[in-house]
Design a protein around this ligand. Structure first.
Ligand code: FDM
Ligand code: MG
Length: 219
């Protein structure tokens, strides 16, 4: 008999929404409930491709915009076999950013449409749940200054937010919008509840492919 597979759970959201903190708390809580769970993040800066991306984000190197978009996607594809293996082994993966950040950030640049941005990621393991941590620019500002990495400006983040809003209209994905202004613990409980539901649902389903059935979001 085939064992139950794990769920692919993604946390997305603009900067300072608390994605990383919530990913860690979720993994701990799932493990405490007796569920095998591990955290991953994109970009994964530890691979060769990840190092090129990291150097670009730190503004140590420049890369042409299409090129870096494809590198972000390649960074997911190089880990796709591992993601599938873990899910099949029954491990639930909690992932800090995925293809949605890929599309939202690149399409926030002039001259890029959602359709072009989405293409390289078509066919990746499809998430069972995408949690979007919603935080207004004003709330985000209260949480302190931006860092020094590329993309960390409020103008750019606003455009990114618009792009995320467009992506969230896609009914082929299980998007859940979370109010990130809530206290850390309340937010965690809500995320845990959504995740347990997605894990139960995923158990009986095959791993699907992202954006394969087509999507209603135009360019
Ligand atoms: N980012 C992240 C992208 O531009 N494309 C992608 O595909 C992904 C996964 O990289 F500004 C951006 C988003 C963010 C930056 O993210 C690094 P972290 O979470 O701060 O490491
Ligand atoms: Mg960051």
């Amino acid at each position: 008999m085939m064992g139950r597979r794990g769920a692919l759970i993604i946390l997305e959201g603009v900067d300072r929404a608390g994605k990383t903190t919530q990913c860690k708390k979720l993994v701990q809580a799932l493990q405490k409930n007796g569920r095998p769970a591990e955290m991953m993040r994109f970009p994964d800066r530890t691979t060769m491709i990840g190092q090129m991306i990291s150097s670009y984000l730190e503004k140590k190197t420049n890369l042409e915009d299409h090129t870096v978009h494809l590198l972000f996607s390649a960074n997911r594809w190089e880990l796709a076999p591992l993601i599938k293996k873990k899910l099949q082994q029954g491990v639930t993966l909690v992932v800090d950013r995925y293809a949605f950040s890929g599309v939202a950030f690149t399409s926030a640049k002039p001259g890029f449409c959602l359709e072009w941005c989405r293409n390289p990621d078509v066919g990746l393991p499809k998430p069972d749940l995408v949690l979007f941590l919603q935080l207004s620019p004003a709330e985000a500002a209260k949480r302190g200054q931006f860092g020094v990495e590329r993309y960390e400006t409020s103008d750019f983040q606003q455009t990114v937010q618009h792009r995320f809003n467009q992506l969230m209209k896609d009914p082929s994905l299980n998007w859940q919008v979370m109010d990130a202004t809530k206290g850390m613990e309340d937010l965690h409980q809500e995320i845990l509840r959504q995740s347990e539901a997605a894990i139960a649902e995923a158990e009986s389903q095959p791993i699907k492919e992202l954006w394969k059935e087509g999507s209603a979001v135009p360019c």
